[in-house]
Design a binder for this molecule. Sequence first.
Ligand SMILES: [Zn+2]
Length: 348
Amino acid sequence: MALRVRGVVLPDREVRTFWIDGDVLRTDPVAGAETVVDGGWLLPGLVDTHTHPGTDSLEVPFDDGLLRKDLLDHREAGVLLVRTPGTAARMPAWVDDDAELPRVRSAGRWLATPGRFFPGFGRDVPLDELVTAAVEEARASGGWCKVIGDWRWDDPSVPLEVLAATVEAVHAVGGKVAVHCQTAEGSRNAVLAGVDSLEHGMHLHPDLLDRMAAQGTALVPTLSVFAASAKGRYASEPTPTRSWWIAGWEAAPGVARAAHEAGVTVLAGTDSHPCGTVAGEVAWLHRAGLPAEAALAAASWGARSWLGLPGLIDGAPADLIAYDTDPLLDPRALPHPSRIILRGRVVR
Ligand SMILES: [Zn+2]
């Protein structure tokens, strides 16, 4: 049976009525529709742009049961679209076929060159095979690949010329490149190589933000996962690693705000377990200085558009969430939508 929803659509703040025909949103009435939302606020589903469902520890690199549970945890928090920038195994095909689960944009396996990342956890490749492997992962995932651009603070990052060649080759086959970077050199190389997204972007120099904005490189600052480990870092024994980490962490919120102000697309990614906590990242982005609407866009309509999906318009996939209170004025409500509709089906 067709469904009908009516409410204030964010961010436009216009009252609109939609009909859901199968798994598609319609603006023209569909006969005999059952009203499932009448009033309140409507969003096109939340988005976690950096999450690793199915992987919770180094001991169990990838587990299908955990993958499904993690995706359901996302869904229960209103997250109806995720991007997985790296997994220990390629995303199994059943994920796309299971109508219960949020939509997944995979970046295939983490691509790790020698000395970077946890050995054997991702796909280990010699530096001179990175270009080929990145094209393979992007093709296999139908879009993204993920390169570990740097690792320890005192080790060199993937050389700029290798990263630039990787970006060129992946773009040539229509793919996109996400790069893990947490050192100044790694973040700089990622920007200069023209990657599509900096994951973490710790120690990113603000001088690079204008270039990021101009070439369309997004920043996924993952502030909440850093915040979660900050206490332990401050309490730890003084070491060069501790100093490096704390300097990066203390600069990170300011860099996220400056990035937004420079016109860089800043997106919400949690990078942590349990899944379903993207509202916490929205809170951190707002605390960093992004306006409330921009912080929410980073986890909803903005992220969705960045991943190639439309918002609440005629013909869009029928993925939406509804709130009884305005989630911009009542952020505590954000992880608790009153109604969740995924692929045209009422989940809650
Ligand atoms: Zn990650």
